[in-house]
Design a protein around this ligand. Structure first.
Ligand SMILES: [Zn+2]
Ligand SMILES: [Zn+2]
Length: 346
């Protein structure tokens, strides 16, 4: 089968690999579609670890085409999306349903082969903990492939307490910032403010439900946010840009007792100095979020077809032979999300 592999930072190639055969407890998918994540690009840039030789791709959907010994409740032909986290099911985080912080967590596409290949082997531990999730009949698999980033966004907005009427400021209108706009709208948020330097992305944010868009290079994001929130600042702030320089400015957008979520990952080995009295006197909650719980994946799949514009998040489509171009498209910031699609698997 044809498969994309990550060889080293800056080097992603397409090779022939043997079609995997599922062992006990495992299943195999015919891959329908796999989306490229900003974190895959961070691996490509050498900012995040992945095992050399691994097939990347943790945002994947497909059709079950072979079942290993002892697997029950899954049949050949099932349309499924994968929650790519291998979790233990036994640690304190797994027990309370916070599988994304599992002590033993491994993730497909970094430590284990992922979805940028015609077939993908689903490890027994993913099958065992229920991370093979059925896709509703009316949800196309190429849309189901972006369940993972959508679930990560749901995790962020739930951590931020975004609900009916909540004001939300989002820094960055890349695919993840825009997914914040869509989900916040879907749950009935109040004013949504987006700060983004690229005009084209500001326009998309506006069209998809942001009330106010700000060009931070020419406009005063703090003054505009305060003005839009009765002088207080936003109830919630999501930082979706992995830039150290954006962290402190995000503090100025939040109201007292509001919440800031550092949603993006950052390049390693750099720190940000801040005044601890900012948190102390304003009682601001500063948190981060990464990935999502199994429950959030399940609810995301049910929610997706009801989220306006979500089918427009993928703008660039490639076949597996052009997998490396999917990386290039992200580096050049052309369009929004990139997808590798396998024709005929639906
Ligand atoms: Zn992802
Ligand atoms: Zn665990």
């Amino acid at each position: 089968m044809r498969a994309t592999i990550f060889e080293a930072p800056g080097k992603v190639t397409v090779v022939d690999k043997p079609v995997p055969i599922p062992g006990p407890g495992e299943i195999r998918l015919k891959t329908a579609a796999t989306a490229l994540c900003a974190s895959d690009v961070r691996v490509y840039r050498g900012e995040k670890y992945a095992k050399p030789g691994v097939t990347p791709g943790h945002e994947l959907a497909g059709v079950v085409d072979m079942i290993g010994e002892g697997v029950t409740g899954i049949s050949e032909g099932d349309r499924v999306v994968i929650c790519p986290m291998v979790t233990c099911g036994k640690c304190r985080y797994c027990i309370v349903g916070r599988q994304n912080r599992c002590e033993q967590r491994k993730t497909m596409g970094y430590d284990l082969d992922g979805g940028f290949a015609e077939h993908v082997l689903i490890p027994a531990d993913i099958v065992r903990v229920g991370h093979v999730l059925p896709v509703p009949k009316d949800l196309p698999l190429d849309l189901a492939a972006i369940t993972e980033p959508t679930a990560c966004t749901l995790s962020s907005i739930e951590l931020l307490g975004v609900r009916a009427g909540t004001s939300l400021a989002i820094m960055g209108a890349g695919p993840m910032g825009l997914l914040h706009v869509l989900l916040a709208r879907a749950v009935g948020a109040g004013v949504i403010i987006v700060s983004e330097p690229v005009a084209e992305r500001r326009e998309i944010a506006k069209r998809w439900g942001a009330d106010i868009v700000i060009d931070p290079t020419t406009q005063d994001a703090v003054a505009i946010t305060k003005d839009a929130t009765g002088g207080d600042g936003a109830d919630a702030v999501a930082l979706t840009i992995g830039s150290h320089a954006a962290v402190i400015p995000s503090f100025d957008l939040v109201r007292k007792q509001g919440t800031i979520n550092l949603f993006a990952g950052f390049p390693p080995k750099q720190t940000v100095p801040f005044d601890p009295n900012f948190l102390h006197y304003n009682e601001v909650i500063l948190t981060g979020s990464q990935n999502a719980t199994t429950d959030q994946y399940r609810r995301t799949i049910q929610m997706m077809k009801h989220v306006a514009h979500i089918d427009e998040v993928v703008t660039n489509r490639y076949d597996v032979e052009h997998g490396p171009q999917a990386y290039e498209s992200r580096l050049s910031m052309s369009g929004l999300k990139s997808l590798v699609q396998f024709p005929g698997v639906e």
